[in-house]
Structures are given as C-alpha cells and as structure tokens.
Design a protein. Structure first.
Length: 108
C-alpha cells in the first residue's frame, strides 16, 4: 500500500485559492511543492497522495509523481512533484503542523 503525506496549505483559506496558486506553477504536467527536508521513505510515497490541510481539515489531495531537488536563496530544498489535479476528499479534522507528515493508507 502506498504511503501518503499531509501538508498545510499556508496562505490558502480555500481550495479555489490553492488551485489558483498552483496553476501558476505547473511545469511539465506537475506542480512542484517546495519543502525543506526530503522524506526518507520517498520510494513508498510515489503513487501515494499529498493531502492538503485547509482550515484544520484534510480537504483535497494530489497524486505524488516524484521528488527532486532545487537550489533556492535559502539553500538546497526538496521539491515534491504532484499531479496538478486536485481531488476533493471527505473533510476530516486534523491539527495544523509545520512541514509535512506521513499518513498511512489506512488513515487516508
């Protein structure tokens, strides 16, 4: 079973605003999501989903296509490459956190 991630959509109070922000960053049919640390279990994550937390609820997900790295003004960062299609899920309450967290398939 694939492994999933959760991440807070910082600065995006609605799914529509998240979609608008991501539409500006689509490149080669993927949206790069920058994060500081590369997941150690990245092989298990490809084929899983990135679940977005908006207003303390998991509300949408995107398929994880892969990972790569990019140099920024803050140093080397990991890019989570996700499918641009946002898939709505049954909302589920979840506390906000910094960065990303693993989410087992049974909890997704």
């Amino acid at each position: 079973m694939p492994l999933h991630l959760t991440k807070v959509a910082v600065g995006c109070p609605t799914v529509e605003i998240l979609a608008r922000h991501q539409a500006l960053r689509v490149s080669d049919s993927v949206v790069p999501v920058m994060t500081r640390y590369r997941p150690k279990r990245e092989a298990e994550l490809v084929g899983g989903s990135l679940f977005w937390i908006i207003k303390h609820s998991l509300v949408v997900r995107q398929a994880i296509c892969g990972f790569d790295e990019a140099m920024t003004d803050k140093g080397l960062r990991c890019r989570i490459l996700v499918n641009p299609k946002l898939i709505e899920v049954m909302p589920r309450a979840l506390r906000a956190h910094q960065g990303w967290r693993y989410l087992d398939a049974a909890d997704a």
